[in-house]
Design a binder for this molecule. Structure first.
Ligand SMILES: Nc1ncnc2c1ncn2[C@@H]1O[C@H](COP(=O)(O)OP(=O)(O)OP(=O)(O)O)[C@@H](O)[C@H]1O
Length: 974
């Protein structure tokens, strides 16, 4: 590889070793210090580097030197460390400077490492031919690469959009942390969020109260965010990977934004009337322009779309994570909802599917439109499969259109566009009889772009080379001048080809040969024994050992003609190619609309394909009840050999308290209900036998205290913060999943919080709620609250031949073989327990904690002993608040009071009494396991029992519990 150039002749390189990758990263704060200090004495090349660094103080400047991109001094140290390349040094007359370089041919993988570590990189290319330059080669920054602005195919995720975001506040917003929530109140809209996918030109903006914007940020998870001066968001609290980029506050000014915007839309104020939105988009485009270099490089950003957050189901980051919509909690192992329903045929569809799942609809009409289309494609498998087959031949024309517009597309890219356009008529034909509104409209939106397709087809050869400057790109017959030049070239070559025969005849030398070499051009070669027969018009060109090479005046003339024709042809081809590409670029809008239509069609047919193969049904939307017959978890059912379907049937706004042992299926069930609702609102059919669903406005989850700990906050603190959001923001149209709320603190407090929360949601919020809990005491809420009821997960006890399921209408799985996990045998009572993963009405009769312990392998003696304690405790006085209520009110009296209008505040007394009672009861429940009451255990066993007794179950995660049990078991074995 070429590393040096003429003006580096004084440079030498010396290996000073690779930097350790573990050292703390020095961030690029301005140009390399060492160069700044020596500014006056630098050679022209390093001065040029320093000037480019001056212009890009927030980036590492990579400077083209031959086939390498080089960085110097402090920047070199960073490059060497992050890219794991050798730190060398450059020596010149002024001193020695650290230097590190990455090969241009393979730059993408090194750039990726720099982006991963959140560096911004300015690429300074040589902008004149090094051979033609007199003195120092001219260089300019052609592109700034940052996580949110990458356009390079190799750096982009094919399947997901990469967003750059900008958040701007109008200065009037509360920061949302003072408890000032404004659910559904758009008059308080004060914060704008604009996002841009630089690779496609998709630009969107919305404004809403600050807390809503924060949720939207989590949903879109931009790779890079510009935070405006008044933005009421704290970048430190973003819990997704992103790079926060500082910008000059002036770039967020309204005047400047309007000027920037006017280059993209004729009348910015007509498209975006809210100043805060214009400021967000303006700042975003300002930065994007800075990164893309040349003026007009973003001309394909022509559609700036404003959207209303209220037009989509609100799913916050916590819910997205706990429902594993896009990221599995077991990276690399677990599937996500997106994986489960992704049957899209092309990258366009895959990105749109993700965006539909991120933004499900909230208008029944729009949802039904999608369902109609899916139903039609499901009923017509031939149409569906034909369409999917053609869609699989579709290239990523959304990104291709942007590449064309940026003048970065080569001839192969244009051919890919053409190949895509060629299948559009076929797709239209397949949809000819489409009946549903969505499909017929889609069909109408499928612009065949026949003009563009024909242009590319006529202009570009079918299988063009990668390079666009070396000819072989433009078809014969497309350009007269090019055809003429090519004819001259061809004629010349033919003349040369036939020269050998002619000269052999003329000279009578049978061994005479005509050849070509790079240095001397065309020649006639005659071997030494025949030299006396060489004609007079031969001029000697080269002497070899056994032969001489000659040329004739005519051969020389022809050679010049051929070479100049070839050069002219290459130049003309390049020019013609650029003209064709510009012509295609003029149709960027139409190409983007076509890409959009193809993407929608792909998602709808993917939904139909999933429905066909996965046995999904069309849900009935807008129901006042939440009824799902034999529902399935779309992800778990794919991994679980025998998934047990479960139904649900209750009025929207009611609260279900779900009890059952660990591992019985509570969380899976709750998530399944949420996923079914979400899929339905995204336009998909759902995994169930039948479904009637309300249209939800928000979806909240508070699942598993220990599952999603984020840094900085204690588990319980985080749990409570999330709970606060739910209690503030949920409405009657929301679905709330609460899994073991309150588990992160003491049993007494946890139980009190769980109970108070449920009462609040029931009385004040009216959201449809599923509440899974291990606190059996909570099951009496069903008696207290008119719209609450119990569900439980059934367990079969083998020896008794019974289940604790009160057989009910909700369980649709009576004929299904349960997935079995058995505990039992000869320990203690010898109960044989099988988890049926089946939901039933009513509360669970037991927590089966001992059986789970037995399943986990706790020694028989401990299990038997534990059973004795359980039996003993069941004879202790009950801790039920209603029964312990000092007022003496019976449960039925209590609920009568409620039904007759008692406010939750009035019930506060009952709650306090309840908690007091609990404290008393828990004291009473404390068993004496050590000392004299040791019941014949040895010291080791007593130690184990003591540890078990001290275990704070309420603060122990299932995994920790299993680990503890395993350790105790080993301790006993030893
Ligand atoms: N309906 C079902 N059919 C088959 N298997 C299931 C079903 N539901 C759950 N399971 C299996 O049981 C396991 C435990 O389920 P899940 O986590 O929902 O239980 P849980 O009651 O919430 O447990 P915990 O209280 O410990 O959180 C799942 O990982 C899954 O493998």
């Amino acid at each position: 590889m070429e590393r040096a150039e003429s003006d580096t002749s004084e440079a030498g390189t010396g290996d000073v070793g690779a930097a350790s990758p573990d050292e703390e990263a020095p961030r690029p704060e301005g140009p390399p210090r060492t160069l700044l200090e020596r500014r006056e004495e630098l050679t022209p090349m390093l001065s040029q580097y320093l000037e480019l660094c001056d212009d890009h103080p927030d980036a590492i400047v990579l400077f083209q030197v031959g086939d390498f991109y080089e960085a110097f001094c402090e920047a070199a140290e960073t490059v060497a460390r992050v890219c794991e390349v050798t730190l060398t040094q450059r020596e010149d007359s002024t001193g020695t400077y650290p230097m590190a370089g990455i090969p241009i041919d393979n730059a993408a993988s090194y750039l990726e490492s720099l982006l991963e570590e959140e560096y911004r990189v300015a690429i300074a290319d040589q902008v004149e031919d090094a051979e033609e330059a007199t003195g120092l080669v001219d260089r300019a920054v052609t592109n700034v690469v940052s996580p949110g602005t990458v356009v390079d195919d190799e750096l982009l995720d094919r399947a997901s959009a990469t967003y750059l975001g900008a958040v701007v506040g109008d200065g009037s917003a509360s920061d949302g942390t003072g408890g000032e929530h404004s659910a559904g109140d758009d008059t308080a809209a004060s914060t704008a969020l604009a996002t841009l996918d630089v690779s496609t030109g998709e630009c969107q903006v919305t404004s809403a109260p600050a807390d809503r914007v924060r949720t939207e940020l989590e949903r879109l998870a931009p790779a890079e965010i510009l935070v405006g001066p008044d933005a009421p968001v704290d970048p430190g609290t973003f819990d997704f990977e992103t790079m926060v980029t500082e910008r000059d506050p002036a770039t967020f000014d309204l005047d400047r934004a309007d000027t920037t915007l006017s280059a993209y839309v004729a009348e910015p104020t007509a498209v975006l009337d809210a100043p805060v939105e214009r400021r967000a988009v303006g700042a975003l485009l300002d930065y994007a322009e800075y990164t893309q270099g040349d003026d007009g490089a973003l001309s394909y950003v022509s559609r700036i779309r404003r959207y209303d957050l209220r037009a989509s189901l609100r799913v916050d980051g916590t819910a997205m994570r706990s429902l594993e919509l896009f990221d599995s909690r077991r990276p690399g192992r677990g599937e996500t909802l997106l994986d489960a329903v992704d049957r899209t045929a092309c990258a366009l569809g895959r990105r749109t599917l993700e965006s539909w799942l991120r933004r499900p609809l909230v208008e029944a009409d729009l949802i039904e439109r999608r369902h109609d289309a899916v139903a039609e494609l499901l009923d017509r498998p031939l149409v569906r499969e034909t369409v999917r087959d053609y869609l699989s031949q579709v290239y990523d024309i959304e990104r291709l259109a942007a590449t064309v517009s940026r003048e970065r597309a080569n001839a192969r890219d244009l051919r890919s566009l053409q190949a895509t356009l060629a299948v559009v008529p076929e797709i239209k034909a397949a949809l000819e009889d489409a009946e549903s509104a969505a499909l017929s409209e889609l069909r109408a939106d499928l612009d065949e772009l026949a003009d563009v397709r024909d242009l590319i087809d006529r202009a570009i050869v079918p299988d063009p080379p990668q390079e666009i400057t070396e000819g072989g790109v433009i078809r014969d017959g497309f350009d007269d001048e090019l055809d003429e030049i090519r004819a001259t070239e061809r004629e010349g070559r033919e003349w040369v080809d036939s020269l050998e025969t002619r000269e052999r005849e003329r000279t009578g030398i049978d061994s005479l040969e005509v050849g070509y070499n790079q240095v001397h051009g065309y020649y006639i070669e005659v071997t030494n024994p025949n030299l006396d027969r060489v004609p007079d018009d031969y001029t000697r060109r080269q002497t070899l050992k056994n032969a001489e090479r000659f040329y004739t005046p005519e051969l020389k003339r022809r050679e010049e003609e051929i070479l100049s024709a070839s050069e002219r042809a290459d130049a003309l081809e390049y020019e013609t190619f650029r003209a064709v590409r510009s012509r295609v670029a003029e149709e960027t809008d139409r190409l983007q609309s076509l890409a959009d239509a193809l993407a929608r069609l792909d998602v709808l047919s993917a939904f139909a394909a999933v429905a066909a193969s996965g046995d999904y049904v069309r849900p009935e939307m807008g129901a006042a009840t939440l009824r799902i017959d034999a529902g399935r978890h779309p992800v778990v059912e794919r991994t679980q050999a025998e998934f047990v379907p479960n139904g649900i049937d209750f009025a929207a706004g009611h609260v279900a308290v779900i009890t059952g042992p660990n591992m019985s299926g509570k969380s899976t069930y709750m998530r399944q209900v949420a996923l079914i609702c979400l899929l339905a609102q995204a336009g998909s059919f759902v995994p169930a036998d039948a479904a009637e669903l309300p249209v939800l406005d928000r979806l909240f989850t508070r699942v598993g205290a220990s599952d999603d700990i984020a840094g900085g906050q204690s588990t319980f603190m985080r749990e409570m913060a999330e709970l606060t959001d739910i209690l503030h923001d949920a409405t009657e149209e929301s679905l709330v999943l609460l899994d073991e709320v309150g588990r992160g603190t003491s049993t007494t407090d946890g139980l009190a919080i769980a109970r108070a929360t449920t009462e609040f949601i029931h009385d004040e919020v009216g959201a449809t709620t599923l509440f899974a809990t291990h606190y059996h005491d909570l099951t009496d809420l069903a008696a207290d609250l008119p719209d609450a009821f119990n569900l439980h997960f059934t367990v079969s006890k083998g020896d008794e031949g019974t289940t604790d399921a009160a057989d009910s209408g909700t369980g649709d799985a009576d004929d299904t073989t349960p997935t079995e996990s058995r505990a039992g045998g000869d320990a203690g009572s010898g109960t044989d327990v099988t988890f049926l993963h089946r939901v039933a009405e009513g509360p669970s009769s037991s927590s089966y904690g001992v059986e789970v312990a037995e399943l986990a392998g706790v020694p028989d003696r401990v299990v038997a002993r534990a059973r004795e304690y359980v039996r003993a405790s069941s004879t202790e006085p009950s801790s039920d608040s209603r029964r312990d209520d000092p007022s003496g009110a019976s449960p039925s009296e209590d609920s009568t009071t409620d039904a007759s209008g008692a406010s939750p505040d009035e019930r506060g007394d009952t709650l306090a009494a309840y908690v007091d009672g609990l404290d008393d009861a828990s004291n009473g429940d404390r068993f004496e396991l050590d000392g004299d009451a040791g019941h014949g255990f040895g010291d080791d066993e007593r130690e184990v029992l003591a540890e078990l007794r001290d275990l704070d179950v309420a603060r122990t995660t299932p995994l920790e519990a299993l680990n503890t049990l395993e350790r105790l078991r080993r301790q006993l074995d030893e």
